[in-house]
Design a protein. Sequence first.
Length: 122
Amino acid sequence: MGGPAFIATTILLTVYGQLIVKWRVGKAGDFPTSAGDRVSFLAHLVTQPWVISVFAAAAIAALSWMAAMTQYDLSVAYPYVALSFALVLAGSAVFFGEPLNLAKVTGIAVIIVGLIIGSRGV
């Protein structure tokens, strides 16, 4: 596995984590108001297999990022992490029916244009 694969793995596992957490939190209901109920709510969430898989994905993403850092300058690799914004936006629309509007699409387009411009500075 080479540098681009390490970066892609980091991004995809990060997106996975965001989408899974949103899914599981959405199923759990409203966040309680009392401190004790909040602790119980969060304890229930973090013991769910899907949420545990998010922690595993985050650990693998971190290791993958460390491997990427052996092959790239941070200033070269880190801008690609911005792709996670676009992928989470797309995933939130596809999986949760969250609205896509012109402002969101324009914002993602600006990020992608920035990534293209920034990556040419290598």
